[in-house]
Design a protein around this ligand. Sequence first.
Ligand code: G1P
Length: 306
Amino acid sequence: MISTVVLPVAGLGTRFLPATKAVPKELLPVVDKPLLQYAVEEAWRAGIRHVVLVNSRTKPTLPRHLQPADAALVADLEARGKHELLAALQSATPPGLTLTVVIQEQALGLGHAVLCARDALAAMPGGLEQTFAVMLPDDFIDAPVNERSQGCLADMVALHRDTGAWSLAVEEVPRAQTDKYGVVSLTSNPADAGARIVAMVEKPKPADAPSNLAVVGRYVLPGSIFAALADVQPGVGGEIQLTDGIVALLASHDIRAHRFAGVRYDCGSKLGYAKANIALALRDPDLAAPLAAWLQQSPITIQEAS
Ligand code: G1P
């Protein structure tokens, strides 16, 4: 059973300045819900009840979104019979969610951020032996939720339950973009659901990339990643890379590439964030028809996204 997700959220979100001057990027909404909440809901559907936020001191409002709502606001909405708004307010704090906040004092990389969660996991039942998940909230995965799947992370958790394998979510990206991602190569046919990762490189130049299969922000990892990360030397960008910790485990662990259903939006980029908002708004019962009509009729020039 996987009970914990680590959310590295200490990044400053400078690509979204000035929006992120006072608002953490993980609290930017896609339509009406912050990226952070989508991630927590995906983890919740995977059966995970413990969230470890690896936060920065500069983003104190971030954990507030996952803490109980202001009692006066709840009482006011109740008194006015605003049940839908009350449900929306309380949806941010699913019952039984445990939140731990640890501070990453310095921005030393994603691997360092995950390493900051070590003591929080060590203190839990299962300690550092436990398998846990890592999610990057700005990789927003819009996946169908139905009787067959409860989302990307739930499928990765099920893979671990059924086979014992750990996994990283992957998708094909244009060759020219391999230098934005961790890129993997696999043992067998890449289309194979059970293909094991044999090599992984952080942000390779297109010419050096072992494939065009890029890791996106969902990981199911063994607790032994912490010992591996403690030994990792600064890599790409002078940072402690999660990729380099995972590489140290590949020979001894069955770590697989999980191709997920649905669409991943890179909400760390303005284009991906804009696309996510439009895609979800076009599915919102109240917004879909007027937005579609406006997109067709308005005099703005809509350029094709690359
Ligand atoms: C991080 C990881 C990278 C991964 C990517 C997914 O990079 O280091 O391996 O492919 O997330 O979004 P970042 O986007 O933080 O530079």
